[in-house]
Design a protein around this ligand. Structure first.
Ligand code: NAD
Length: 356
């Protein structure tokens, strides 16, 4: 892989490889852009087939974090760490303390957190060796309810955009995936008196959990979720569920949920939804509640302040929908323009030296 060529093309700052012989720790930290502040992004542990796959993954994920933080109105840049190893075999106190020591060497340019296959427990070990870790159990806690809360506000904004009225009462919804975020989202929608909610799941335990907790919510088979006549389809499971096969089945007016990378091909499927007159709520904007929540750890955590900031996802989406209309771009593209513009303008404001 031509790393410098890729870094130059997308404006990366730093790519750091690290290794610890005793624990077998093998990792890569990528810092994409720190124009707005220190790079923040979780540590993903994955059994990558080869180093190039791991490198490309960390590069892509770090860049995504830059846009996510920028669009969320945070003073943070984008970064990420990947660890190459089998999650069943490599984990130990020493392994994560080793990671913490490498995070500390970056001296605050990068802040880590949990991600796929790393937990708050692992981050407690990381925290023994570095100050630059968030998402700790005794601080901001589980991000999922906050991610779902952000999606709830995002759904309200999307209803406002499409119907000129953001009331949940009387509206109909379908939710794909009732894991951590889907479960909370259903709860928020019911609390706001949604008229009808359908959900789908592939995990039997989660199906039973939802049926018991919310008997009024109707289960449908996974393949039947796309064609339902509802106002809002909320993807809260996997990525790439908006694709050539699923978009033609949609009968909803809005696609807005917690899942990451919902569009299989951003350009193609962003435009397909636009042509079908279905409003797509950009994933990295509507699902930023968890990130906004951990960001508040850096300023002395207050749940009230975090929730207040999360509610601003509503206004941010309204701004993005306006940009989409003005530029004729699909909403995912408009969200990127919005994020890039914020990075550019705030960098300019900060160009003057001011003593604080
Ligand atoms: P989760 O694993 O707790 O829940 C996902 C659920 O989707 C699981 O119950 C799973 O069984 C179900 N599922 C998987 N494939 C399915 C299918 N084909 N049909 C129906 N159900 C299916 O995950 P989560 O934390 O709720 O995250 C959901 C999505 O939101 C992911 O894409 C994640 O990256 C994204 N996200 C989560 C957070 C967060 O705070 N948890 C933050 C930002 C983004």
């Amino acid at each position: 892989m031509k790393k410098f060529e890729y870094m130059e093309k997308h404006g990366y700052e730093q790519l750091v490889f690290f290794h610890d012989a005793t624990t077998g720790l093998k990792g890569i930290t990528c810092i994409h852009d720190t124009s707005l502040g220190p790079a923040l992004g979780g540590t993903r542990l994955w059994n990558y087939d080869n180093e190039d796959d791991a490198t490309l993954d960390v590069l892509r994920l770090a860049r995504g974090m830059t846009y996510k933080a920028a669009a969320a109105g945070l003073n943070l840049g984008g970064g990420k760490t990947v660890l190459i190893g089998d999650p069943e075999k490599v984990k130990s106190e020493a392994y994560f303390r080793g990671l913490g020591r490498y995070v500390q060497t970056l001296n605050g340019r990068y802040i880590t957190a949990e991600d796929v296959n790393t937990s708050t427990k692992d981050m407690d070990f990381v925290n023994m060796e570095t100050d630059y870790v968030v998402g700790l159990k005794h601080k901001s806690g589980n991000p999922s309810p906050m991610t779902a809360l952000g999606a709830f506000h995002g759904i309200r904004a999307s209803l406002m955009e499409v119907f000129g009225d953001d009331t949940i009462e009387g509206r109909t919804f379908s939710v794909q995936g009732a894991g951590q975020t889907g479960d909370y989202l259903i709860g928020y929608l019911l609390e706001a008196k949604a008229k009808k909610i359908y959900f789908t799941e592939i995990n039997e335990k989660h199906i039973e959990k939802i049926k018991k907790k919310y008997p009024e919510v109707e289960f449908v088979e996974p393949d039947d979720i796309y064609g339902l006549e509802v106002d809002v389809y909320a993807p809260c499971a996997l990525g790439a569920t908006m694709n050539d096969e699923t978009i033609p089945q949609l009968k909803c007016k809005i696609v807005a949920g917690t899942a990451n990378n919902v569009l299989d091909d951003e350009e193609k499927h962003g435009n397909m939804l636009k042509e079908r007159n279905i409003l797509y709520s950009p994933d990295f904007v509507i699902n930023a509640g968890g990130l906004i929540n951990v960001y508040h750890e850096l300023q002395g955590y207050s749940r009230e302040n975090a929730e207040n900031d999360i509610s601003k996802i509503y206004d941010r989406l309204m701004d993005i929908y306006k940009i989409a209309k003005e530029t004729g771009k699909h909403t995912q593209e408009a969200a990127k323009l919005f994020a890039k513009e914020r990075i550019k303008t705030i960098s300019t404001v900060r160009a003057n030296f001011v003593k604080r």
